[in-house]
Structures are given as C-alpha cells and as structure tokens.
Design a protein around this ligand. Structure first.
Ligand SMILES: Cc1cc2nc3c(=O)[nH]c(=O)nc-3n(C[C@H](O)[C@H](O)[C@H](O)COP(=O)(O)OP(=O)(O)OC[C@H]3O[C@@H](n4cnc5c(N)ncnc54)[C@H](O)[C@@H]3O)c2cc1C
Length: 462
C-alpha cells in the first residue's frame, strides 16, 4: 500500500497550507483533492468559490503578505467597507485592529490564489493529487505512528487505498468525509456529527460576476459594499466586491430552508408581496441591481454576467458553514481544519485566513509527530477572531430592517466623531446606541468565550 506521513483530504486553502507546513518540516505530505471543473481554471482543481476579500488584520492571521502572490492573484486594493441599511449607510475606513498591512484590505482571484497555495506546497515537497475523491478513513487506534502498518487507511473512489500516520481533514464546509470520520469518536446519543449541520445554521452563498458600467465601478472601486436588513434571515445580506477590469462579484448569503410566511414582505426591500417562497439568489441579485441602479440603467443590458468567469456561466453557488468551530480528535491522529472545522463566518464571509492558519498549524504538528497541541494552538491563533465573528453574528441575529437602519445610522455618527477607530474594534465613544452596542458586545464576548466550540475535545471517545 502507498504510504505517507500525512494524508490531507481536500486541496483548498486549508489543505494546501497543511501540506506546505508539513512538507516544509520534512514530512511526506499528500493532498487528495477530488477536483471540480471551473470556467476560470484549466483542468480540474479545488472548489474555489469565494467573494475573495481579505481585511488588513486577516493578512497577519493568514501569515502570507499579498506581495508574495503571483501576478494576477490580487484584483483590487481596498480602502473601505460600506455598510448600507434599508436607508442609512456608514463607511468604515479602518478595521481598528492592528495589522502589518497598510491598506484596508484587498480582493483577489480565488482560483489563482488556490493555485498559488498549491504551487507553494509542491515547491516545499508536498504532492498534490487531483481527481482523488476520498470515500472514508479507517483508523486503527492500536497502531502508533511510524509502525509497520499504517494507523490510517484512506479509501478512495476508484483508486488503491493509501496509508498514513496522520490525517488532516480539509474537505470544506460540506464535511462529507469529516462527518463520517468524527462519528467514529462521538457518542451517537448526543447527535454525533449531526450537531455540525443543524438546518437553521446552514447558509447558502450565491454570486454572479457582472461587468458594471464605468461610473458604477468608479463608485464601488476600493470598497466592499454590504446591504443589511434588505433580505430576511439571520445573517442574510447581499454584497458587491470589486474585481479587476470593471467586473464585480455581486452575491449574497442567506440561511437555507426559510419560510416566506414568517416574514413581513413589506419590511424587506428585496422581497415582493407576490413572493410565494424565499426568492432565489439570482432573483435577489436582479432586484438589488434594479433597486440601486434601475432608475439610471437597463440592468440586464448595462450589468452583463461575465459568462467565462467563476465556476460556471459567471455564477457560483456554495454552502457556507455557519456553525461554531469544533475541536479535533487529536488522540486519533486526526486534525480538522478550515471550513470543515467550522471556521468560516457567514457573518462576514471570511474564512480563507483562518483556513490557511489552522491548516498550517495542523501540518506543522503532524510533521513533528504529535497533534496533541492542535486544539490549544488553533484557539491561541484564531480564537479572538472566532469570538469576534460569533459575537457580532449573535448580536444582530434577530435584527429587523429598522434595527439595521438605527444601528448603521448610529455607527455612522460614531465614525464621524472618531478619527481612527473602526466598527470592528472597541471602543465606541459616544451616544446611547453605542453604549448599548458596547454592553451587548461585552456580555456576548464573555458568553461565547466559554462556549464557542460546538464539539469540545473531551467529548471524543476513543
Ligand atoms: C460565496 C462565498 C464567499 C466567500 N467570501 C470570502 C471572502 O471574501 N473572504 C474569505 O476569507 N473567505 C470567504 N469565503 C470563505 C472561504 O471560501 C472559505 O473559508 C475557504 O474556502 C475555506 O477553505 P477550506 O480549504 O477549508 O475549504 P474549501 O475551500 O471548501 O476546500 C475544500 C476542498 O475539499 C475538496 N473535497 C471535498 N470533499 C472531498 C473528498 N471527499 N475528497 C477529496 N477532496 C474533497 C473540495 O473539492 C474542495 O476543493 C467565502 C465563501 C463563499 C462560498
């Protein structure tokens, strides 16, 4: 049987970063990526759907400065984020969080970013195998790493199995392999891995690549623009992210399985009283563009979909994991990283930075021959970011459109009164709304610090 030190399931940002770290430290690292076709990549590759924006302080979490990338990875440098409510708006020029990167952030080409991460892993000596679809992992807990028989056997669709001392699960938020592997170590009576995918916590993301009129591009260039309180659902919002050459990614995220009757159609700008179900992503995008630009433009003509961009026909649909992160069953020699461990935040889409970082930690520890420190190490590295995301998402979870206008209006007033602060950082300095926001934030912060892990390390049974 083919045998490696570290087998990595999934070749997205988390898996490639695990392979890079493991190979850099001398391990035999093999990435198994099932491979999906995309219009913006020749041949099969990882599933690279992404709005692809990085904020300044994420650069440090990721540990890769954008200067390191190949040409064509970076699309636009950002100088602000615009938060728009149904009628209020606020512009944030600074996240308020210390970072080594000077700009507000950047947008990037996700397929080229993934390919760059793959090249980096291969340059370090890792092998990246595309078209390798993992079916499952069998583990013999009696076997020590380095023993004559492998501790783990990775089963592949249509290929011979592969033996490995360590497994890094980086199969993204669908967790098709991760869930099955974790069920081996979770008591079924507690719901097993079903706890990772409760319907109310699962989000769908949809986006379109559209060429926009030059005046509109000029208006949004340098900005990531989010609309809050215009579509129903917890953490549901559309956005525009500028790409290069007059193209923008226009997308949205929303929970799966909502009932239209639970919402007042008149309260949401992008709902219509005639809707019999929650509109599709494409309907929402069309309504957003009509709402924002329909007075001046014939939207379908002036904002054409770029058919050869993105995944297929200029559009992409993808599940987003909005559960809280999980610890890994490290005593079994298994680390779960990136989207598979629940680090992606549907609240702000962010996940590449934490995927790269958790992958790198797992790869480094696997190469050193002991994953025991993984659950501590990932919390030290990304715990603050996770708490920040969960807290903010919790705070605004039941906001109605009017709440968004109120809070964005208050934020606008606060930002106008500040010279250097950011919406993501404390303190808010003035006003009743800011005090309320601050108190809510602190209370939630204490709460989530204690409970932000969906599956804790001590719940695994070996
Ligand atoms: C629409 C959208 C917008 C986003 N916007 C941003 C953003 O602006 N900024 C940001 O930082 N993050 C963003 N994210 C989140 C970001 O894309 C994820 O956090 C990131 O992709 C997670 O990386 P990963 O490597 O953990 O998982 P993934 O990128 O999902 O990679 C998992 C890989 O595993 C492979 N795989 C799955 N099952 C198997 C199997 N059985 N065998 C072999 N291979 C398998 C898949 O093909 C895939 O390539 C966005 C996500 C979406 C969907």
């Amino acid at each position: 049987m083919e045998r490696v030190d570290v087998a990595i399931v999934g070749g997205g940002p988390a898996g490639s970063s695990a392979a890079h770290a493991a190979a850099s430290d001398g391990a035999d690292a093999l990435v198994l990526e099932k491979g999906v076709p995309r219009a913006d990549r020749d041949g099969l590759g990882p599933d690279s759907t992404d709005a692809a924006g990085i904020l300044d302080y994420w650069v440090d979490i990721m540990g890769i400065h954008p200067d390191e990338f190949d040409d064509g990875v970076i699309q636009r440098e950002l100088d602000r984020a615009e938060f728009r409510g149904p009628s209020a708006s606020a512009t944030l020029n600074n996240t308020g969080i210390d970072s080594s990167y000077d700009a507000f952030g950047y947008t990037f080409h996700r397929a080229r970013f993934d390919d760059w991460l793959r090249d980096r892993a291969e340059a370090a000596g890792a092998e990246y195998r595309v078209g390798a679809s993992v079916r499952g992992v069998d583990t013999d807990l009696e076997t020590e790493p380095g023993g004559s028989t492998p501790r783990h056997t990775v089963r592949l669709a249509g290929d011979d199995p592969i033996g490995a001392d360590f497994i890094v699960l980086a199969d993204g938020p669908q967790r098709t392999v991760t869930n099955r592997v974790l069920d081996e170590y979770l008591p079924a009576g507690d719901g097993g891995s079903d706890r990772l995918s409760p319907p109310e916590a699962n989000h769908i993301a949809y986006q379109e690549y559209r060429r926009v009129p030059p005046e509109v591009y000029e208006e949004v260039d340098g900005a990531i623009v989010f609309w809050w309180g215009v579509i129903p659902g917890d953490t549901a919002y559309p956005w525009i992210f500028p790409n290069a050459d007059g193209v923008c990614r226009i997308g949205l995220t929303m929970p799966i399985g909502m009932d239209i009757d639970a919402f007042d159609a008149d309260a949401y700008e992008l709902l219509s009283a005639d809707d019999e179900s929650i509109p599709s992503g494409s309907t929402y995008i069309r309504r957003l563009l009509e709402w924002q630009y329909g007075d001046e433009y014939d939207v379908e003509e002036a904002f054409p979909v770029v058919e050869d961009a993105g995944k297929r026909d200029g559009t992409e649909t993808y599940p987003i994991s909005s559960t809280r992160p999980i610890d890994s069953p490290t005593r079994a020699g298994i680390a779960v990283v990136g989207g598979a461990m629940g680090t992606t935040s549907a609240f702000h889409e962010g996940g590449d930075h934490v995927a790269v970082r958790t992958g790198a930690i797992a790869g480094e520890l696997a190469a050193a021959g002991d994953l025991a420190a993984y659950n501590r190490r990932w919390k030290e590295s990304i715990g603050d970011e996770i708490v920040r995301n969960i807290t903010m998402a919790d705070m605004v979870g039941d906001y109605e459109p009017a709440d968004w206008d109120r809070i964005i209006g208050a934020a606008d007033a606060m930002l106008a009164a500040q010279t250097d602060g950011g919406l993501l950082a404390q303190p808010y300095r003035s006003g009743w709304e800011s005090l309320k926001l601050l108190l809510g934030y602190k209370w939630n912060k204490r709460y989530t610090k204690r409970e932000y892990v969906t599956i804790a390390a001590d719940e695994y049974v070996y």
